[in-house]
Design a protein. Structure first.
Length: 149
């Protein structure tokens, strides 16, 4: 029995270490990054996600992604990525989404998604990295306009 308890303690410590390790990686990524569970609820997000989208962890974690910020994240193209594309492919890069957020205005974003199966069972998590390309798109548009003139 003692051996089993010790093993459980070691497993708990290694799970805590793994979580801490994952969180430190998430917070070193410059782009906003959000981690979802298999039910599309927010597990955690990077510091840059909270800063960029002007939200707090306590109003984000545990929420269904579409419900974030008074349903601001209920974006049809995001639903398509998470519910149609990702179940068939485990990774998807440079998925362009344009959306007008009440808090930060109109944004053009490139989404990079990774679906990761956990070692035990059928549970999966989804990593969603968000690159804001709004300014780049505006510059491209200005360049095209000036070339046409």
């Amino acid at each position: 029995m003692n051996n089993y308890r010790n093993e459980l303690e070691v497993t708990k410590i290694s799970a805590d270490e793994a979580r801490e390790y994952a969180e430190s990686i998430i917070n070193t990524v410059r782009e906003p990054l959000i981690v979802l569970d298999q039910d599309l609820r927010v597990v955690t997000a990077s510091r840059s996600f909270y800063e960029f989208f002007k939200v707090k962890p306590e109003e984000t974690e545990g929420q269904l992604i579409y419900n974030l910020g008074n349903d601001q994240w209920d974006i049809p193209k995001l639903r398509e990525l998470l519910e149609t594309i990702l179940p068939q492919k485990t990774t998807f890069d440079n998925y362009e989404v344009e959306h007008d957020f009440a808090t930060i205005g109109k944004r053009v974003m490139l989404l990079n998604a990774r679906q990761i199966k956990r070692a035990l069972g059928k549970e999966r998590i989804i990593l969603l990295a968000i690159e804001d390309i709004t300014e780049r798109k505006q510059l491209e548009s200005l360049l095209i306009d000036s070339e046409e003139r």
